[in-house]
Design a protein around this ligand. Structure first.
Ligand SMILES: [Zn+2]
Length: 443
């Protein structure tokens, strides 16, 4: 064991020891698990077997990790088309938990866990939190929604496994969240970044100084957020903000997480195999290229996911992290391939709007994009919440802010948009996640 590794390991909770597995050993384990999971899916999931047959493939054709590229992709519509249990590889008597995601249309997508799957999930979240410097003695408030959504229970089990004291507040009721943070001496918060921003704003209104609380870390996920948002959160609250990544289709939170170097998110590669592909052609891209993240669950029992197209755009970062973990990292996810809006022929991402807003004093990073079509022409309106202080101020200040925002957005987006300033808390939030885009265009 070299000295960097030694320091890193002794730094951390025992849960994170697998993070330092030597690369060659890790690759061997991944191949063995890939072969097992492909065989399992082929034996028990008709949908997967049909896709393999179409390609003339058998599980024994997977002889190396590169052979993963031979396998068919799984996409979100496969989960909808096989609703509710069509992709299960375990009989229901072995399934101990079901979760479901709220679909935007029609039926939700359903995911299943055996006891072994729950144990893996617990262990990866514990490793994620340990990587954020959390440990026994921390008091962790979990304000992700509990229920069919994977956020709450996923974070909960992981934090308990770590030996931390868990405060399972679930989402909603900001005033009570703030009271408990203060009275219980909460040291770490798990929620969406949008919800934490909301708590910062509300605490200020209640006269609670977030910076004077024992809170020192925030583990934020379930929606893409930018580096400017991290700076904003850290400045407003004096905490260290971490990005955690996950999706229900794969396991829930805990697929990957930042370590204290904040230089990309380590993927828990012993359980989730990452690839980057060209989002148009599906061709695999080498490490370091930007493309769509594709994940394969290497150990899932109840519902193995083979080459799941996440729609998240990122890169696998070359080289090893200074923390000593051998797990590869992905760059922070700022956008999704299906988030891209095409406005009058120009590509626009909501994260660009966020970056522009955060450069300007007096606005809150709460915004909504409203798309309409007037006389055949796309119109984009950006509604931005402003601080109550600003709203009560002279009309001149509001006009000046409007001008600045207009300038910043025109510059970043390269198209003319309408800017509307609205009162704080007037943009709807649901389950702590922001609904960024309302598209009322009819084609
Ligand atoms: Zn690291």
């Amino acid at each position: 064991m070299n000295s960097v590794l030694e320091t890193a390991v002794t730094d951390c909770h025992p849960a994170s020891v697998p993070d330092y597995t030597p690369v060659a050993e890790l690759r061997e384990l991944q191949l063995e698990r890939l072969q097992t999971v492909v065989t399992r899916a082929w034996q028990h999931v008709q949908h997967f077997r049909d896709r393999m047959d179409e390609r003339g493939l058998k599980p024994e054709d997977i002889r190396s990790l590169d052979d993963i590229a031979l396998l068919p992709f799984t996409v979100k519509s496969d989960l909808r088309d096989t609703y509710p249990f069509g992709l299960f590889a375990s009989p229901m008597k072995d399934v101990v938990r079901l979760h479901a995601s709220s679909g935007t249309t029609g039926k939700p997508i359903v995911v299943a866990y055996t006891q072994e799957d729950v144990d893996v999930w617990t262990s990866v979240v514990a490793r994620a939190l340990a990587g954020c410097g959390l440990h026994r003695g921390d008091i962790v408030q979990i304000a992700y929604g509990y229920g069919l959504f994977t956020g709450g229970l996923g974070a909960h089990y992981g934090a308990e496994e770590l030996g931390a004291t868990v405060v399972p507040t679930s989402g909603g009721n900001a005033d009570r969240q703030i009271m408990l943070m203060k009275d219980f001496g909460v040291t770490a918060m798990c929620c969406t970044p949008t919800y934490f921003l909301h708590l910062i704003d509300r605490a200020a209104e209640l006269g609670v100084d977030m910076k004077s609380l024992p809170l020192r870390a925030g583990v934020f996920g379930a929606e893409p957020w930018t580096e400017s948002m991290r700076k904003h959160i850290e400045n407003m609250s004096s905490i260290e903000a971490f990005d955690i990544y996950g999706l229900s289709e794969i396991i829930g939170p805990g697929v990957g997480c930042e370590c204290r170097r904040h230089n990309g998110l380590h993927i828990f590669e012993d359980h989730f195999y990452p690839e980057i592909v060209d989002p148009e052609t599906g061709d695999p891209l080498p490490d370091g290229s930007e493309g769509e993240l594709v994940l394969t669950t290497l150990s899932k029992q109840a519902m193995p996911m083979i080459r799941y197209r996440t729609r998240d755009i990122t890169t696998i970062m070359p080289g090893q992290c200074e923390c000593g973990r051998t797990l590869r990292r992905i760059a922070r996810i700022g956008r999704r391939s299906d988030d891209m809006l095409i406005i009058r022929g120009v590509n626009v991402f909501p994260s660009q709007v966020e970056t522009a807003l955060l450069q300007i004093e007096g606005t809150l990073p709460h915004y909504q994009i409203l798309l309409t079509r007037e006389q055949g022409l796309d119109q984009m309106e950006v509604r931005v919440e402003v601080t109550p202080h600003m709203f009560n101020d002279k009309i001149g200040a509001l006009q000046e802010l409007h001008g600045k925002l207009q300038g910043a957005l025109d510059h970043v987006l390269g198209i003319r948009v309408r800017v509307s300033l609205v009162e704080a808390f007037s943009i709807e939030r649901s389950e702590g996640k922001a609904k960024r885009v309302i598209d009322r265009r009819t084609s």
